[in-house]
Design a protein around this ligand. Structure first.
Ligand SMILES: [Fe+2]
Length: 163
């Protein structure tokens, strides 16, 4: 089985019993992969992107368990160490683990451009959160203008939410 699928299985185990979180990262992965494919990302960036999509919110579990918090800041603080622990069980590609952990530590920094893989995660996460959080059309439009940089992401936002 390839690394993204093994990561998905590990993450389903990690969030055992939490169908909401599991369905969130499955959806984020799907949009992130679609953006990466459609934007012709390199194979390496595609791999980083797919693995990051599965683990991007991993910090939520410890945030809630240890501090009763699930905000972006606590996720970014606690996420990288958890992601590293999980990924070390699946691969010895340390460059990949480093890049994924950096994306986990930055995934709520939506406005500043970091890298192709990070951008796909930010856009995919926004597409999924806008629906899950019931964001208003105006808020989607405004945030979308600030956050979205890829042609595919912008098209998806417009098409899905009619903005
Ligand atoms: Fe997310």
């Amino acid at each position: 089985m390839d690394l993204p699928s093994r990561t998905e299985l590990e993450m389903i185990r990690y969030f055992k019993g939490d169908a909401k979180r599991i369905s969130h990262f499955v959806k984020v992965h799907d949009f992130a992969r679609l953006i990466a494919l459609s934007e012709n990302y390199s194979q390496r960036d595609m791999l980083i992107c797919e693995v990051s999509a599965y683990v991007h919110d991993i910090g939520i579990k410890d945030g809630e368990r240890l501090y009763g918090r699930n905000d972006g800041q606590i996720q970014e603080q606690l996420g990288p160490a958890e992601a590293e622990k999980l990924l070390k069980k699946l691969t010895d590609d340390s460059e990949l683990i480093d890049r994924v952990c950096e994306i986990v530590s930055l995934h709520h920094h939506a406005v500043k451009y970091h890298s192709a893989a990070h951008q796909a995660i930010v856009e995919a996460d926004f597409l999924v959160n806008a629906y899950e959080d019931g964001l208003k059309r105006e808020a989607i439009k405004t945030a979308g203008e600030k956050i979205f940089k890829t042609h595919t992401g912008k098209m998806l936002l417009k098409t899905i939410f009619s903005v």
